[in-house]
Design a protein. Structure first.
Length: 235
């Protein structure tokens, strides 16, 4: 390997660490399942595979040049290895996606991992302009789009209570009476100071006549409800 080739290899690996780490840092700040280290490894791994693919191609060219008679025998596909990265990263991305009834979370993080792999491939192949522009576009999409385009937030209603059966019946009756649709609900039990507390997290659709403030105020008046709050969901 020449000094120039070594410099190019180090540069590409270094850029993959920086770009993958930057995307991962943004995800980690939002407490996503895949953070800075995962994104760095995905980007770095894709870069290494692309570099290996180029080395294989160069070796095949050198072999044909030194032995022209075997030109019809030596064949190589310059996209075979990197094609496996594009499909293979889907298995890793699938691990960040959580499906609960009608709600799906983790899609943005899965997409960011897939994008990191694309960045790594571009760097490994030496396509600096495309890669840098792609990286800037990814960061714009993750960090700035929400500030420009306003999208209504999805909120969860978290209710902590005692006396499970009667309180649950009261909550369900309240939702039915006010035509509130339950999209999803999770259940958790905690022991606090020897007393059993139950916590339900509801994802609900409110009719236009109701606000979350109305729901919280009315439900909080029930004696068995110990705590009720609104939890915003981010991607």
């Amino acid at each position: 390997m020449t000094l120039l080739a070594l410099f190019q290899t180090v540069l590409r690996l270094g850029l993959s660490i920086v770009m993958g780490g930057t995307i991962g840092y943004e995800r980690e700040q939002k407490n996503r399942p895949a953070g800075m280290k995962t994104h760095i490894l995905v980007c770095l791994g894709a870069t290494i595979i692309a570099l290996i693919q180029q080395e294989i191609a160069q070796e095949a060219i050198r072999l044909v040049r030194s032995n022209p008679d075997i030109a019809h025998i030596v064949k190589f596909d310059q996209s075979r290895l990197i094609a496996q990265v594009v499909s293979g990263i889907g298995f890793l991305g699938a691990g960040t996606i959580i499906v609960t009834r009608q709600r799906i979370t983790g899609l943005t993080t899965a997409a960011s991992l897939w994008s990191c792999a694309a960045i790594g491939i571009g760097l490994g192949m030496g396509f600096y302009l495309v890669t840098i522009l792609g990286f800037l576009s990814i960061m714009f999409s993750l960090s700035l789009v929400k500030r420009i385009i306003t999208v209504s937030k999805v909120n969860n209603l978290e209710i902590q209570y005692v006396h499970r059966k009667e309180t649950k019946d009261f909550i369900n009756h309240y939702f039915d009476a006010h035509h509130i649709e339950i999209d999803d609900v999770t259940f958790e039990v905690q022991i606090i100071d020897g007393e059993k507390y139950y916590k339900n997290v509801y994802t609900i659709d409110l009719p236009k006549s109701l606000t979350y403030a109305d729901v919280i105020e009315e439900l909080s008046m029930y004696t068995n409800v110990r705590e009720i709050r609104l939890v915003a969901i981010s991607d």
